[in-house]
Write a protein that binds this ligand. Sequence first.
Ligand SMILES: [Mg+2]
Length: 365
Amino acid sequence: MKITNVRACQPLTPESPDDWRTSMGQILVAVDTDLGVTGYGVGGGGFAGIHVVQSVLRDVLLGQDPNQIESLWSAMYDATLAFGQKGIVLMAMSGVDLALWDARGKCERRSISELLGGAKQTRLPTYITVWDNVALAKVADRSHQGFKLHLGEQSPLDESVDEFADRIAAELREARRLIGPDRELMADAWMKWSRTAAEAVIERIDDVQLSWLEEPLPLDDEAGYKALVALGTVPIAGGEHEYTSASFQRLVERKLHSVLQPDVNWVGGLTELIRIYELAAQHDDIRVCPHRGAELWSLHAIAALDLQPLAESGRPWMGWVDGQPPILDGWIEVPDRPGFGAAIDESTLKTYAAPQFADHWQSRR
Ligand SMILES: [Mg+2]
């Protein structure tokens, strides 16, 4: 079998937020083969990601055997080493890698979880992220098995660290009261807190039983992360904005996180997610909980490889991926269709038009 084409586009997502998740949004990658099988994957990077696929990755893959995924991954990584390694290039590579896995599954008529050794369980618990306790109160029934409160805000200038920490701790205590003692509760600071503020919050929430505190600090504050992990009181999570298993290896070796949250559509695809699970398996104190894991692209790996599965609810605006299983009463079924089980109807797909680079260049006049 040989790869005959590699294509990418950015499907229209009218419901997506007006931020980088649209302007640098999800791209759809198709890998066509001479057997007539097309594999699909989703990556990131918007038009910049499409440019990486069309101008570099496609040339690496044309004529190659799509089953050699690991060596093709290395070839793509090597071809982009001078300008890649992280960010948009890895987001684009993720889509290609997932499309290769999808093609393999379709050719072998096996689901991705079967390719990974089989699902340990085909029904996985889910969690949802909410932005405040008002929203949490509305979903805190049996709708999910876990809940995450998004607390990504900097402390206002007129608020002392103690006042900030008291307020955040009170919100978390109220969240725990709303969901009861049995289900998982997490908090996400989205890289916005200072180390002092994070330490003050952690000091106050012994009774809250947080499963993890996510991205409490800016990502380059390694000393801060090390200090928070060393406290040993609340597991420190992160990784949705990190790229490649090699980077996760450094996070583990330097003891910067104890919960790893790779995003399969950004980190380098399924090939890298598998390696991150293998890395975690060597450490008793490391948990993996993929970012937006309830989307089809992570679901199979969670089912087959995760010892403590919990799938984060996905992005509702990606309606162009048919076959996404619904979440029912906090559980999601892993599909057993070949590949990831995603159905893409190219005949009805609407995409963003190519940006007018020439007009942009001329706009100075
Ligand atoms: Mg997050």
